[in-house]
Design a protein around this ligand. Sequence first.
Ligand SMILES: NC(=O)c1ccc[n+]([C@@H]2O[C@H](COP(=O)([O-])OP(=O)(O)OC[C@H]3O[C@@H](n4cnc5c(N)ncnc54)[C@H](OP(=O)(O)O)[C@@H]3O)[C@@H](O)[C@H]2O)c1
Length: 238
Amino acid sequence: MKNLQNQRVLIIGGSNGMGLATAQRLAALGAEVIIAGRNQARLDEALKHIDSKAGAYTADFSDEASLTRLFTRLGHVDHLIITASSSAAWGSIRDIDGAALAKAFEQKALGYWRAIRAALPHLRKDGSITLLSGAASRVAIAGTAGLAAVNGAITQMGQALAKELAPIRVNVVSPGLIDTPVYDDFSPEAKSGLFENITKGLHVGRAGTSEEVAQAIEFVVTNGFTAGALIDIDGGAR
Ligand SMILES: NC(=O)c1ccc[n+]([C@@H]2O[C@H](COP(=O)([O-])OP(=O)(O)OC[C@H]3O[C@@H](n4cnc5c(N)ncnc54)[C@H](OP(=O)(O)O)[C@@H]3O)[C@@H](O)[C@H]2O)c1
């Protein structure tokens, strides 16, 4: 197991949900955690919930200049974790036109791609990259083809990058339904309908928590023999 003392971890998407839970967990293990997201107020609020040595920078991974500024300010990074999300591809193919799907790729898959490219000159060779994909790309669920396409791109790029960027360890964590603030935009009825519908088919009969995903992210970051792995944290969705 790698010790996280004196290790700098950058979490793009660390101001909310699974990214924030990961920031809390890795900071508690002694890492210097930097969280990045677009909204300064959200970053400031998140920092209040993370132990000591944490820092925050605004950055938008859909904007290359913003990523370059982020890494120039940071200097070196030991571990890059990308948890930022996009909801643009939610819905059935009848509702998601080509422009909406392109936006979803732009917001999530290309954002991950740009962030990795910007990080490379700054990443330590014995460090790691952790990408978050999603269960829609791992199990056939009607109405999630757009999510499957976008998250499938991340799953597949992660596998190839693990080989291409070695010895930097690249791993993918694929969450199932996780109760994070991403569902705050839903009406209570829509959220409970969605959760009921999905969780009734799960072995564990409930949605996951951000902390359960953060535990898996900690594992791939700290286990030096884990590279090119794809870990499903999905309550048995597959
Ligand atoms: N929750 C689920 O059920 C679920 C299921 C399967 C897969 N996933 C995937 O798991 C990951 C984590 O999901 P989550 O629910 O924890 O997400 P979340 O609560 O929506 O948090 C997303 C984080 O990403 C940041 N972000 C969004 N767009 C960004 C951008 N363009 N540049 C930089 N930061 C950006 C957000 O901050 P700002 O808005 O301030 O930028 C926020 O900190 C995502 O990749 C998601 O697609 C989630």
